[in-house]
Ligand binder design. Structure first.
Ligand code: 6PG
Length: 475
C-alpha cells in the first residue's frame, strides 16, 4: 500500500483528523464500518488532499504502507476492542495501532499487552480539542513504547496545534499514560466548566447581571490571566439569543449536565491513588446533582432560611468573582497534576509534568495562557510538591484569597451553591493549616479499633488502653 496513515471511525473527530492529515500532505486511507460516513467525508472534502477510500478492514490494511499506521477513532469500550481485534487480524508484525479515543487507561494497558503478544505495536493516545481542534490542530498525548513514538510521533506532531512553534504533542510515557493524562485533562475540564458555571450563577444571582452584558464581562476576563478557550466560548454561549423566544439561549437550555465518563473515571482513580482532587470531584457531583430529577423536584419546597445579599454588588463583586475563579482554577490544576504525579510513580511512567503543561497550551479544551506559568513552574523546580508552592502561584493565590473568601461567604449568604469555589478554598485552607483535626480522627480510630497513632514528640506507634486504665503503650 501507499497510504502514510489510516483512519478508521469517521464520525466528526475521525473525519476531521483524517482531513487534518490529508491537508498536511499525507496520503490517508479512510475506513468506516458503514460506508455512508466514508462517502460523506470524501464527497465533501475529498479534494482537500490525498485520500484512499476503503470499504473493508482488509482493503484498509492493504492500502497502508509498511509498517502500517492506523488511527482508531471509535467509541471507547467494546466498539474499540472490536476494531482493534479486526485490525490485528489484518496487520503484520511491527505494524502500529493508535487508539485516539477516550479510552479508559486500564483498557489501554490491557490492549497494549494483548497486541504485544501478537507482535503489534499499540499506542494509546489521548486527543483533545473537539471538532475544531481535530481539524485545525489538536493536543495529542500518546503513550506506549518510545520506539513506537519514534515512528508515529513526527506525524502526530505535524497535525497537532503549535504554540510558539512548539507542537502540542509529546511522548507521555509507557502503556496507559497517554490516556491517563487525557482522563485527568478531562477532569480538569469538568472543574474549569463548573467554576465558570458558579461564576455565572453568582454574577447573575447576586449582582443581577444578565447573560448579554455578562458575555462582555467574560470577554474582558479573557484578556487577562484567565485567558482561555473555555472563558472565550462561555462569552459566546451567553451572548447567544434564542430565535424562538428572543431571549438568551441559556434560559431555554435544560439545566441538567450530561457526562460520558472521563470525569467520573478521574475521581475513581484519584480515590484509588489517595489523591484529593476535590475540585474535580465536586464538578462531577454537581453534574450528577443537576441530573437528579426526582430529588430536585422534591427539593423545590425546602426552606432557604434567611438569606442575605450584599446591598450594592457592582464591579467590585465581579472582580471578586474573577479572583475566586482564578484561585479555584489554580487549585484544580494543582490537584490534577498531583494525581498525574501519583499515577506516574505508581506505574513508573516518569511523566514530565512541564512537558504536559506545554502540550496543553494549545489545541485542547483546557488550553489557557495560564499553562505557560505551569510549564515555567516545573521548569524552575522539577520536583515541585504542589503547584501552590511555586512562587508565581503562591503569589497569585495571595492576591486572590480575600476576594475568594468574600465570594464563598456571599454565596453561602445568598443560598447559591458554589461547591467548586468552596471546596477549592477548603483545600487551600487545609494545606495551610498547621494542625489539622486529623489528630482527633487518629484518637478516635485508636479508641474504637486500637489502630494506633504517631506522637509529635517521639518515634514509633502508640496505643492508649482506652478500655483499661488508659495508660499509653508502645505498639
Ligand atoms: C476534549 C474533550 C472530549 C470530551 C468532551 C465531552 O478534550 O476534546 O474532553 O474528549 O469527549 O469534553 O465530555 P463529557 O461528555 O463527559 O462532558
Amino acid at each position: 500500500g501507499t497510504a502514510d496513515i489510516g483512519v478508521t471511525g469517521l464520525a466528526v473527530m475521525g473525519s476531521n483528523i483524517a482531513r487534518n492529515f490529508a491537508r498536511r500532505g499525507y496520503t490517508v486511507a479512510v475506513h468506516n464500518r458503514s460506508a455512508g460516513k466514508t462517502d460523506l467525508l470524501l464527497d465533501e472534502h475529498g479534494s482537500e488532499g490525498s485520500f484512499i477510500r476503503t470499504a473493508t478492514i482488509e482493503e484498509f490494511a492493504a492500502a497502508l504502507s509498511s509498517p502500517r499506521r492506523a488511527l482508531v477513532m471509535v467509541q471507547a469500550g467494546a466498539p474499540t476492542d472490536a476494531v482493534i481485534d479486526a485490525l490485528a487480524d489484518a496487520f503484520d508484525e511491527g505494524d502500529i495501532i493508535i487508539d485516539g479515543g477516550n479510552a479508559l487507561y486500564t483498557d489501554t494497558i490491557r490492549r497494549e499487552k494483548a497486541m504485544a503478544e501478537r507482535g503489534i505495536r499499540f499506542v494509546g493516545a489521548g486527543i483533545s480539542g473537539g471538532e475544531e481542534g481535530a481539524l485545525e490542530g489538536p493536543s495529542i498525548m500518546p503513550g506506549g513504547p518510545a520506539s513506537s513514538y519514534e515512528v508515529v510521533g513526527p506525524m502526530l506532531e505535524s497535525i497537532s496545534a503549535k504554540v510558539d512553534g512548539t507542537p502540542c504533542c509529546t511522548h507521555i510515557g509507557e502503556d496507559g499514560s497517554g490516556h491517563f493524562v487525557k482522563m485527568v485533562h478531562n477532569g480538569i475540564e469538568y472543574s474549569d466548566m463548573q467554576l465558570i458555571g458558579e461564576a455565572y450563577h453568582l454574577l447573575r444571582g447576586v449582582a443581577g447581571i444578565e447573560p448579554g452584558p455578562m458575555a462582555e464581562v467574560f470577554r474582558d476576563w479573557n484578556t487577562g490571566e484567565l485567558d482561555s478557550y473555555l472563558i472565550e466560548i462561555t462569552a459566546e454561549v451567553l451572548a447567544q439569543v434564542d430565535a424562538a423566544t428572543g431571549g438568551p439561549l441559556i434560559d431555554v437550555i435544560v439545566d441538567r449536565a450530561g457526562q460520558k465518563g472521563t470525569g467520573r473515571w478521574t475521581v475513581k482513580s484519584a480515590l484509588d491513588l489517595g489523591v484529593p482532587v476535590t475540585g474535580i470531584a465536586e464538578a462531577v457531583f454537581a453534574r450528577a446533582l443537576s441530573s437528579s430529577v426526582p430529588q430536585r423536584e422534591a427539593g423545590q419546597g425546602l426552606p432557604s432560611g434567611s438569606l442575605s445579599t450584599p446591598s450594592e454588588p457592582g464591579a467590585d463583586f465581579a472582580e471578586d468573582v474573577r479572583r475566586a475563579l482564578y484561585a479555584s482554577k489554580i487549585i484544580a490544576y494543582a490537584q490534577g497534576f498531583d494525581q498525574i504525579t501519583a499515577a506516574s510513580v505508581e506505574h513508573g511512567w516518569d511523566v514530565a509534568r512541564g512537558d504536559l503543561a506545554t502540550i496543553w497550551r494549545g489545541g485542547c479544551i483546557i488550553r489557557a495562557t495560564f499553562l505557560d506559568r505551569i510549564r515555567e513552574a516545573y521548569a524552575q523546580t522539577p520536583d515541585l510538591p504542589t503547584l501552590l508552592a511555586a512562587p508565581y502561584f503562591a503569589e497569585a493565590l495571595a492576591g486572590c484569597v480575600d476576594s475568594w473568601r468574600r465570594v464563598v461567604t456571599t454565596a453561602v449568604g445568598a443560598g447559591i451553591p458554589a461547591p467548586g469555589f468552596s471546596a477549592a478554598l477548603a483545600y487551600y485552607d487545609g494545606l495551610r493549616t498547621e494542625r489539622l483535626p486529623a489528630a482527633l480522627i487518629q484518637g478516635q480510630r485508636d479508641f474504637f479499633g486500637a489502630h494506633t497513632y504517631l506522637r509529635t514528640d517521639s518515634e514509633g506507634s502508640y496505643h492508649t488502653q482506652w478500655s483499661g486504665d488508659r495508660s499509653e503503650v508502645r505498639a
